[in-house]
Ligand binder design. Structure first.
Ligand SMILES: Cc1cc2nc3c(=O)[nH]c(=O)nc-3n(C[C@H](O)[C@H](O)[C@H](O)COP(=O)(O)O)c2cc1C
Length: 206
């Protein structure tokens, strides 16, 4: 997807020019919570990477993270009713959902999340929070993720972390939450090393 100048103006207006253009971004990486240690050792076949991506940036991040951990299981979270492919139309549909922290029905993922010990979850930053299909995935798996190691990564358009990590931690209060990290979406393909480091700093796949 190419973001046109009109889209960009629209996005800046929608997210607030200050956050969208990166001025006053919230920290791009959370710090480790007290009493927790990383990297966490996890069996390779017990690690899951799950992501939602509308225009491909988070998909690239998720694929790179899965590969960095030795080719661990990777699943795409898909909305039953996909968002429109045009930026304006997508924003129109997503804005109320995101701001209202609403859920969007998702397709079955084909995995039993309870079978995994560590789950890394990827989302684009939408209106300062996670995309609704990701929220649905987490809510659907609250029980399965209790006590598990979880970690969020997100790609953004200049806003940085905003509320994405905090909203994830709030939902995942029953899990062991590792520090979330935000990556710039437009430069994600030149950030392979940072994505690898993100993965291996947090998890040692055995
Ligand atoms: C509906 C919508 C809302 C967005 N809201 C924000 C935002 O609040 N802050 C921000 O920095 N970027 C925002 N973006 C930009 C995306 O987070 C960024 O382009 C991201 O890398 C896209 O990931 P994807 O290619 O996996 O879909 C938004 C994009 C869309 C389509």
């Amino acid at each position: 997807m190419n973001i046109t100048r009109r889209d960009f103006t629209r996005l800046a207006a929608a997210f607030g020019a200050v956050s969208f253009f990166g001025i006053g971004c919230t920290a791009a990486e959370e710090t480790l919570k007290e009493g927790m240690k990383m990297p966490v050792k996890v069996k390779k076949d017990k690690i899951l990477v799950a992501y939602y991506s509308w225009s491909g940036n988070t998909k690239f991040a998720a694929e790179t993270i899965s590969a960095a951990l030795g080719g661990v299981k990777l699943i795409e979270i898909k909305a039953v009713k996909p968002y429109p492919s045009g930026m304006n139309e997508c924003c129109d549909e997503a804005e109320g959902e995101c701001k209202g922290k609403k859920l969007r029905e998702i397709e079955p993922t084909g995995v039993n999340v309870a079978d995994y010990d560590a789950v890394l979850v990827g989302t684009p930053n939408w209106y300062g929070t996670m995309a609704p299909p990701v929220r649905t995935f987490l809510v659907n798996n609250l029980e399965a993720l209790k006590g598990k190691t979880v970690c969020l990564f997100q790609t953004h358009g200049g806003g940085g972390m905003q509320r994405v990590g905090a909203d994830f931690s709030e939902l995942m209060s029953g899990a062991k939450v590792l520090p979330a990290k935000a990556f710039g979406g437009s430069s994600i393909r030149s950030n392979v090393e940072a994505l690898r480091k993100f993965s291996t700093d947090r998890i040692t796949a055995e």
